[in-house]
Design a protein around this ligand. Structure first.
Ligand code: NI
Ligand code: MN
Length: 256
């Protein structure tokens, strides 16, 4: 009888053990299986998606001549704002108030948004890094007007579920991009419009300093002063470096 009970206990343990092992989730496997995507909305507006997690950068939908989406269509948990010019801060306050998304930006911009009734705010300053549920954000320098009193324009290095993206914001070329490149960038999102930011030649120099795996040109063909042919930029970069340039049409998505 005891022997039978012992055998029963062993079988029960083995069965339970096996079924528990099968039922146990494998977070690493699922994490790797879930695609991370990037959608372009024209100018400097991007949405990063991984499963249910969505982050928008410089949400300019209202007045964006590409008219890919309305601000009401945007459903995100995070909003990054590089500076307070209208084509970058754009619909940030409206989307934040409707969705409750956390706005990550400079202290001056988060203070300004607090005055507009936005409550979920994460202020940062240039050089600072912070861990979020999706990865981390490091705020970088950008040489450009801030659009808000006392503030500085910024760029971001974003680690979003393991993909490292440098979003330059609006900026001139600067030599410290070589240090930003030490983050082992998967993607560099660089303005090429000229007049307000780097033009194609300076953006090509920037690629040489940043050495990302891939480049996406941004901030062009939204107004007569930023008219560019991105194919010229692509040819310049690809003939000088072994780094592919992806030209994204507004509304297009890629898997990172
Ligand atoms: Ni600007
Ligand atoms: Mn701009």
């Amino acid at each position: 009888m005891l022997k039978k009970l012992a055998l029963f206990a062993v079988v029960l343990c083995l069965t339970l053990g096996v079924s528990l092992a099968q039922a146990a989730p494998d977070p690493l496997f699922n994490w790797a299986k879930t695609p991370t995507t990037l959608t372009f909305y024209g100018q400097s507006t991007f949405v990063l998606t991984h499963g249910e997690t969505r982050l928008i950068i410089d949400p300019w939908l209202t007045g964006n001549p590409w008219k890919v989406a309305s601000a009401d269509d945007i459903d995100v948990q995070y909003i990054l704002v590089s500076h307070a010019h209208g084509d970058h801060i754009g619909d940030a306050a409206g989307i934040a108030k409707r969705t409750g998304a956390k706005v990550i930006s400079t202290s001056e911009i988060t203070r300004m948004l607090a005055g507009q009734g936005v409550t979920n705010l994460h202020p940062m300053s240039i050089g600072g890094k912070w861990n979020f549920e999706f990865g981390w954000v490091k705020m970088t320098n950008a040489i450009h007007g801030s659009g808000v009193a006392g503030g500085q324009a910024a760029g971001f290095i974003i680690n979003f579920y393991g993909k490292v993206i440098y979003f330059a914001g609006d900026t001139a070329l600067f030599g410290d991009m070589a240090y930003i490149g030490k983050a082992n960038l998967d993607y560099a999102l660089l303005p090429i419009g000229d007049n307000y930011t780097m033009g194609p030649e300076d953006a090509t120099e920037a690629v040489g300093l940043l050495k990302p795996k891939k480049v996406i040109p941004i901030h062009y063909n939204t107004n007569p002063l930023t008219k560019q042919n991105p194919q010229d930029f692509k040819k310049m970069v690809e003939s000088r470096y072994n780094i592919p340039v992806l030209i994204m049409n507004p509304g297009a998505s890629i898997t990172l």
